[in-house]
Design a protein around this ligand. Structure first.
Ligand SMILES: O=C(O)CCC(=O)C(=O)O
Length: 291
């Protein structure tokens, strides 16, 4: 039976994640896994997914942020990272779920010196997944110096109202989309607010930041001249998750892909697109219809 690498996850880290909604784990991915991720990035660059977008392309400043995303069946390198690296068992342990479903991988490529920050947002309000067991594991293949790190609003995963949903594309920056809730928390500069505490960590390749699907984060990526950033974010779902639609639409919208594997709103999305990894590293694939 396929097996993922398992590394110790200190109870302190699980407690910090539960309280703060974000935690850093150092040295989780060794040089071999970092190379595998570089291959995954090269493969996705050569073979764009249907969600590829230039979030930022500013001819005046030279800023460029390229976004793309791939589920397990579309990228063999990301597939091996999701099913054989320590990431799956870490996700399951942090979510306190017996298993973690490998949902998809997001890629963010910033060209050197790009200074446009990522808008403050929550990942899960865009996902076709509802439930409390949802998280992202973020890693950068380039050093992240102090002052450029991704920032997290401490405890925001426990808010009782969602954050408004910002647009990410250049022409629409500063705008929010209608999420249908009618009651969303307004976006402010959380890092400058006295009402909120923001946390974040400089990192080296191999370090990972684990954050809850509802943790407000953003503000990263004011890069010094000459420094680019290749970032991946691995999205994981626990056993309390059910597929949902969103009034404002999902982004990326994986509902058509899930439907091809026989997964519909209301279902637990274990299928051939989303293999699952247990907290102790056992990987199980669910075969399913592909139409
Ligand atoms: O790396 C970034 O700037 C954005 C990452 C992000 O927003 C995410 O992983 O959800």
């Amino acid at each position: 039976m396929p097996h993922a690498d398992v590394v110790p996850v200190p109870q302190d880290a699980i407690d910090d994640f539960r309280r703060d909604g974000a935690v850093v784990l150092r040295g989780v991915l060794d040089a071999g896994w970092c190379r595998e991720l570089e291959r995954g990035i090269a493969a996705l660059k050569d073979n764009p997914g249907r969600h590829r977008a230039d979030w930022i392309r500013d001819e005046a400043t030279g800023d460029h942020v390229l976004f793309d995303a791939a589920p397990v069946p579309d990228n063999p390198f990301f597939a091996s990272a999701m099913t054989a690296s320590p990431l799956g068992p870490i996700a399951a342990r942090m979510m306190e779920s017996p298993t973690a479903l490998a949902f998809y991988v997001s890629m963010f490529l910033r060209s050197p010196g790009t200074s446009t920050p990522t808008p403050w947002h929550q990942d899960q309000t865009y996902w076709c997944a509802e439930g409390r067991q949802a998280l992202s594991i973020w890693t950068s293949l380039d050093p992240v110096p102090a002052g450029t790190e991704l920032q997290f609003v401490r405890g925001s995963h426990l808010w009782d109202r969602p954050l408004a949903q910002p647009f990410f594309e250049h022409e629409q920056l500063g705008g929010v989309r209608d999420d249908g809730s009618g009651d969303a928390v307004a976006i402010t500069d959380f890092a400058a607010s006295d009402l909120h505490e923001v946390i974040g960590w400089p990192t080296e390749p191999g370090d990972v930041v684990v954050f809850h699907g509802m943790t407000v984060h953003g503000g990263s990526g004011s890069l010094p001249e000459g420094l680019g950033r290749r970032t991946l974010s691995f999205q994981w779902l626990g056993e309390d998750i059910r597929v949902t639609t969103r009034p404002g639409g999902c982004s990326p919208d994986w509902l058509p892909e899930l439907a091809r594997y026989g997964v519909e709103p209301g279902d637990y999305p274990w299928c051939a697109m989303c293999p699952r990894v247990s907290a102790d590293g056992v990987v199980t694939h669910q075969e399913g219809r592909v139409s």
